[in-house]
Design a protein around this ligand. Structure first.
Ligand SMILES: Cc1cc2nc3c(=O)[nH]c(=O)nc-3n(C[C@H](O)[C@H](O)[C@H](O)COP(=O)(O)OP(=O)(O)OC[C@H]3O[C@@H](n4cnc5c(N)ncnc54)[C@H](O)[C@@H]3O)c2cc1C
Length: 415
């Protein structure tokens, strides 16, 4: 079989972690064709994780978030179109339609449009003082709102909500955080660690209300005044942060024929790809928008993690050039809240077995491992690790995850 010819014109839609990783990696691999990077945000691509951490806290300014400083762009040799939204895709003619009326032809296309935060009208979309946190303007708006004081209500105790609540408490603001699940971040951390996290938030002074949902946003004269909860109570607020999740930005792909997931039917949303990010003839997808096929589970999976966006971008770059694919690395995430810097490798989750293997949750310095349960309900292997404040041990346990060490676990040096 002869390899497909190398593309001449590469178009990447979405100019953030995943899209930029594709562009940088094809150039690093010596690709000399035309590269066009299309992004609907103005300015240069920036990093999102600091938005709910250092930027919100006022510790970092905007220029520190840039993924690639301005002076390094020329060397990349890319036509960068900021402030330019893709509005449609014609896979037959191999062109992207831009909202400004122009078109952009490609031999290879990478979809890297990420995800957009959900902000339902019932939770206050359109009201002054109610907002989401996904973009740099969102973070700057929230930062200046917090500087005015007043109670912050955070709807949703996931990564973004819990981090923003911690920053607001560190600023001395009254904070209420509400989530219908029984504990913050319980889906990803599991009950024991989430319990420790709940205690941290309460000890820091957060009015944490779990196991209760928000029924509606309350307002007066177009400005948020608080939220009503399904236990009949009302929480007054000066500002409301709606942090109830994000959905893949696939609106521009409607009618394109690009295969899309469907939460009800497939249990996953986003652009459906094979295990190297390939969507179809000449099309790949990477990052938060993409649901890659996972051979281990036999299902498509979509994550929203920063490192995965870069790694998928690099894999797609190799794939579209017909090169050998880099070895897949372990999933990784981190979250900063107060003095906690949680870090995790592999798979973690509420349905998995969990045990602390070093340190203790009560001191906050710990390493805990997760294992998928077999049909008898017992774990057989170490499938994930999560830790705080024990960086060296965490690296050793990462190895145990890579090796799928046996459960019950031995010390990692002996694994
Ligand atoms: C506040 C916050 C904190 C986070 N903290 C962490 C963390 O601590 N750890 C972690 O692992 N992950 C974290 N994440 C997640 C991480 O930032 C994402 O996984 C990562 O940004 C995904 O990169 P991406 O390039 O796939 O998508 P995105 O970053 O969403 O970028 C997609 C880009 O495409 C653009 N776009 C969308 N539609 C179009 C269109 N039609 N035309 C042109 N452009 C378009 C978007 O505007 C955006 O610029 C955080 C995310 C947020 C929002």
């Amino acid at each position: 079989m002869t390899a497909a010819p190398e593309p001449r014109r590469l178009v990447v839609v979405g100019a953030s972690a995943a899209g930029l990783a594709v562009v940088e990696e094809v150039r690093r691999r010596g690709f000399t064709g035309e590269v066009t990077l299309i992004g609907d945000e103005p300015g240069l691509p920036y990093d999102r994780p600091p938005l709910s951490k250092q930027l919100l806290a006022g510790e970092w300014e905007t220029d520190r978030l840039l993924l690639r400083p301005g002076e390094q762009w020329e060397a990349l040799g890319v036509t960068y179109l900021p402030g330019t939204a893709a509005g449609g895709l014609d896979t037959q003619a191999r062109l992207v339609r831009l909202v400004n009326g122009a078109t952009c032809e490609y031999d290879a296309l990478v979809i890297a449009t990420g995800a957009a935060a959900v902000h339902p009208v019932s939770l206050g979309a359109g009201l002054a003082g109610s907002q989401v946190l996904r973009s740099l303007p969102d973070a700057l708006r929230l930062r200046s709102a917090l500087a005015q004081g007043g109670r912050l209500v955070v709807v949703g105790a996931g990564f973004v909500g819990a981090e923003a609540a911690a920053v607001a408490r560190d600023m001395g603001l009254p904070v209420t955080m509400i989530d219908p699940l029984p504990l913050p971040m319980v889906g990803v951390l599991g009950e024991e660690v989430a319990q420790m996290l709940a205690e941290r938030h309460r000890a820091a002074g957060v009015d944490l209300r779990c196991g209760v949902g928000v029924t509606e946003a309350l307002s007066e004269a177009g400005r948020t005044t608080g939220v009503a909860l399904d236990d009949g109570s009302v929480v007054n607020a000066t500002n409301v942060l709606v942090a109830v999740g994000a959905r893949p930005a696939v609106g521009w792909l409607a009618d394109s024929g690009v295969p899309l997931g469907d939460r009800k039917r497939l249990g996953v949303e986003g652009v459906l790809c094979d295990k190297a990010g390939r969507v179809g003839e000449g099309i790949w997808a990477a990052g938060d928008v993409a649901a890659w096929f996972d051979p281990a589970s036999g299902r498509h999976q979509r994550g929203e993690h920063r490192l995965a966006a870069t790694e998928e971008g690099r894999t797609v770059a190799a794939a579209l050039l017909g090169a050998d694919l880099p070895a897949p690395s372990l999933p990784y995430f981190w979250s900063d809240q107060y003095d906690l810097k949680l870090q995790s490798y592999g798979t973690t989750g509420r349905d998995m077995a969990f045990t602390v293997v070093e340190g203790s949750l009560s001191t906050g310095r710990f390493i805990g491992v997760y294992g998928h349960r077999d049909s008898d309900g017992l774990p057989r292997t170490v499938d994930g690790v999560l830790g705080n404040g024990m960086a060296r041990s965490l690296r050793a346990w990462r190895r145990a995850v890579l090796d799928r060490a046996a459960w019950p676990v031995a010390a990692p040096s002996a694994v």
